[in-house]
Design a binder for this molecule. Structure first.
Ligand code: DOR
Ligand code: ZN
Ligand code: ZN
Length: 445
């Protein structure tokens, strides 16, 4: 047996511990993990001294844009950013132009991404207008449905209870999870109208509209819906302490809910937002120090299942002005892993936590079989990191089209060094070294 490639002198996160080992890769898959002396013959060897191999990390919350929003980001730039950031799979959100909410829109995105992506990509769909299309969308390979509760994005009004319950019963029957952006549309709209009448349009007004209670109200509604339909709900970007608490209660009551938070909600406070201004605006916004501490507790004790970047790139010109017109969202693919590795260095997280939050759990929640762990037979999706590399985040060098970040200039320790996608070295040191199209489309099994 002569394999395609052997990675030698590696440390790897394998079966819940860091071990010294080598990895043999053949035809895009991990062929063997074992001692260097037990490796098969090979055409090519790469030494990985001082680097750590993790299972390919999954960012389950990415807005890749493209199509009508390609001026903000496209499949090539977005997935290059993913590879540079150490992600081997990204799940694409559906608020696109056109909105992903039919077999046809999904198929179009899949065929474009297949040609242009550097990493593996799976797709969310919004709910369609006609409930009978839900099953067709799942057959087409959507990973999950997204429910944007803050305003209507897809074919379903999130505040129409009976339509929502009907849709949720169908997805529950199909065993597909629903990812929810939990902010209550009616409460939010009322608050925004009032602030607009008072001629308020500053960051403070945005915070006054997007309160913890707006998030809590939507969380409670979806917890109840999950209880009634037994539908699996994954809460996106949990930001508030009371929202998290409601999710914890639901978990204790064995209601099938899971949740995600983001690096910005963990690391930036409302004071940081006031200082930086509209550039750092996200929905939901970053909150006070107590909320951040509550999120850290949730991460440490496992109540928070996953971390997603919520990579939401916009053109720089869209990031200034009235908070009601500013496009909310920040790029996160190229900062998430270094920021979290810095927290590993500080002792707030372990490598095991990083793997659980960004590989194992996302794979489990979204049913990505054969992903999220290093195991012989799995596709060779590898995130290889240098835990000791110190550098300053420089947004101007991002592969993303969005070349700004509230973390610009932050000193971080820990950097993605190489990213393998399906056995192909895509990112090496600081460069993309493969051609677009190595990424595969990930479909729901
Ligand atoms: O900050 C956000 N940006 N929150 C969202 O829910 C949408 C996203 C975007 O698409 O820009
Ligand atoms: Zn969202
Ligand atoms: Zn998002």
């Amino acid at each position: 047996m002569i394999v395609d490639l052997v990675l030698n002198s590696a440390k790897a996160y394998f079966r819940n511990e860091i071990v010294d080992c080598s990895l043999a890769i053949d035809e895009g898959r991990i062929w063997k993990i074992g001692k260097e002396t037990n490796m098969p013959q090979t055409d090519e060897r790469i030494g990985l001294r001082n680097l750590l191999v993790l299972p390919g990390l999954i960012d389950a919350h990415v807005h890749l844009r493209d199509e009508g929003k390609a001026y903000k980001e496209d499949f090539t730039s977005g997935t290059a950013a993913a590879a540079v950031g150490g992600f081997t799979i990204v799940l694409d959100m559906p608020n696109n132009d056109p909105v992903t909410m039919s077999p046809e829109t999904l198929r179009n995105r899949m065929s474009k991404a297949k040609r242009e992506a550097f990493v593996n990509v799976g797709f969310f769909s919004e709910f369609p207008k006609k409930t009978k299309d839900i099953e067709k969308i799942v057959e087409e390979g959507a990973i999950a449905f997204k429910l944007f509760m803050a305003e209507q994005v897809g074919g379903l009004d999130p505040d129409d209870d009976s339509a929502l319950m009907e849709a949720l019963k169908i997805v529950s029957g199909l065993k597909v999870p629903v990812a929810a952006h939990a902010e209550d549309k009616t409460a939010l709209k009322a608050a925004v109208e009032k602030l607009k009448l008072a001629r308020r349009d500053d960051v403070e007004a945005f915070l006054e509209a997007h309160t913890d209670d707006v998030e809590l109200k939507a969380v409670k509604r979806m917890v109840k819906a999950s209880e009634q339909t037994n539908m699996r709900v994954h809460f996106c970007h949990v930001s508030a302490e009371n929202g998290l608490q409601a999710i914890v209660e639901a978990k204790k009551a064995k209601i099938p809910v899971t949740c995600e938070t983001t690096p910005h909600n963990l690391l930036l406070s409302a004071d940081d937002l006031r200082r930086i201004g509209t550039l750092a605006l996200t929905m939901p916004p970053v909150r006070d120090k107590d909320s951040m501490e509550a999120l850290w507790n949730g991460v440490r004790n496992g109540w928070i299942d996953s971390i997603g970047s919520d990579h939401a790139p916009h053109a720089l010109g869209e990031k200034a002005g009235s908070v009601w017109n500013v496009k909310v969202g920040i790029p996160g693919l190229e900062t998430t892993l270094p920021l979290l590795l810095t927290e590993v260095k500080r002792g707030r997280l372990s490598i095991g936590d990083v793997v659980r939050l960004m590989a194992e759990k996302p794979a489990e929640i979204y049913g990505l079989n054969g992903k999220g762990s290093l195991s012989a037979g799995n596709k060779a999706d590898l995130t290889i990191i240098d835990l000791n590399k110190k550098y300053k985040i420089d947004a101007s060098s991002f592969k993303s089209k969005a070349k700004y970040s509230p973390f610009d200039g932050w000193l971080v320790v820990g950097k993605p060094a190489k990213t393998f996608i399906n056995g192909v070295l895509v990112f090496d040191d600081s460069e993309i070294v493969a051609s677009a199209g190595v990424g595969e489309i990930v479909r729901r099994a």
